[in-house]
Design a protein. Structure first.
Length: 327
């Protein structure tokens, strides 16, 4: 069975992961649209790139590249989770859950700014989880501020992850005002360099339009049909099961693990809350939620006792995704 197989930490699971990913996006492969142009940068970079901002690939190639990138993200996230021992035992469950979540909606299955930003999210998560073990993190926080800035150039709502840096300092570190200032300096450095480039090419008026999302009223219209939410029902049910398992194990875990799960919660909250900074919101925005939710779901499947039950739960999730792709 799938969950039992991915509970094993073995390289063969990379092959099985690729197979699962292909099956979960089979619907879009069989019903590829005639044209599929992907914009992978927000106006911050898009204003400079112009028409080069469009990725003109055949729809099948677009989906295939997205699948390959998602597999890479899943394996990297799984490696980070195993390195910090967040689940208590090594497995490939995080990779499986990430691949599953990245197949929930059709916009997840094509190239998008949020797909690219998830590489940055995973990189950030690795650095943030390592703060607990370091004596001096000012240089690390400066780098993280720059990383958030780079991510926001690709997808502006990613800027919300800047607050995650301060939250991580609250969770992992005693207060040090220098550590709180350095992320601001890192973020400012990115936008200072960008401003200089805009001034150099004579597009300074367009530079100011980057900040228009701060003027959007809350809430912005959400173009998601209620029918689309039904695919989330088994995922939400799994998260409830996760909370029940976590309730029993939370205080048995070491301090770093408990703090890490708190950090993941705030990462999820910020990813959801930043939706209104995107004027043309689609489901693709919520791909930013995949890394923390994947770890939460993997935690449940790691400690669930009844094999028949957790196998059925995952089967329902997978079958629901496939069903909604075809219907």
């Amino acid at each position: 069975m799938i969950i039992s197989q991915f509970r094993n930490y073995t390289p063969i699971n990379i092959l099985f992961l690729s197979l699962v990913g292909f099956v979960l996006c089979l619907g879009i492969f069989l019903h590829v649209p005639d044209k599929l142009d992907s914009v992978i940068f927000e106006p911050a970079l898009g204003n400079l790139l112009g028409e080069n901002n469009l990725i003109n690939l055949s729809p099948a190639t677009n989906v295939f590249i997205t699948l390959i990138l998602t597999i890479f993200q899943a394996t990297i996230l799984n490696r980070i989770t195993s390195h910090f021992n967040l689940l208590g035992k090594p497995s490939f469950l995080v990779a499986l859950m990430y691949m599953t979540l990245a197949s929930l909606f059709l916009p997840f299955l094509v190239l998008s700014p949020t797909l690219i930003c998830n590489f940055i999210s995973i990189w950030m998560l690795s650095k943030l989880l390592s703060l607990y073990r370091q004596t001096d993190v000012k240089a690390e926080m400066f780098d993280l501020g720059m990383i958030v800035g780079i991510g926001s150039l690709i997808y502006f709502p990613f800027l919300s992850m800047f607050f995650l840096l301060w939250i991580a300092l609250l969770i992992f570190r005693p207060f040090n005002w220098r550590e709180w200032i350095t992320p601001l300096l890192g973020l400012a450095t990115i936008y200072f360099i960008l401003g200089v480039i805009y001034l150099w090419v004579g597009k300074m008026d367009l530079f100011y339009t980057i900040w228009l999302p701060f003027t959007y009223k809350f809430p912005t219209a959400i173009r998601i049909q209620l029918f689309d939410y039904l695919v989330l029902v088994p995922v939400l049910f799994t998260l409830i099961l996760f909370l029940l398992i976590l309730k029993d194990n939370f205080f048995k875990s070491i301090v770093h693990i408990r703090k890490s799960f708190q950090l993941l919660f705030f990462m999820l909250c910020l990813a959801v809350a930043s939706f209104y900074w995107n004027k043309k919101l689609t489901e693709a925005h919520f791909l930013l939620c995949a890394p923390p939710v994947a770890i939460y779901m993997a935690y449940y499947f790691t400690y669930a006792k009844k094999k028949w039950f957790f196998e059925v739960v995952y089967a329902i999730i997978a079958l629901t995704i496939i069903y909604f792709q075809f219907f």
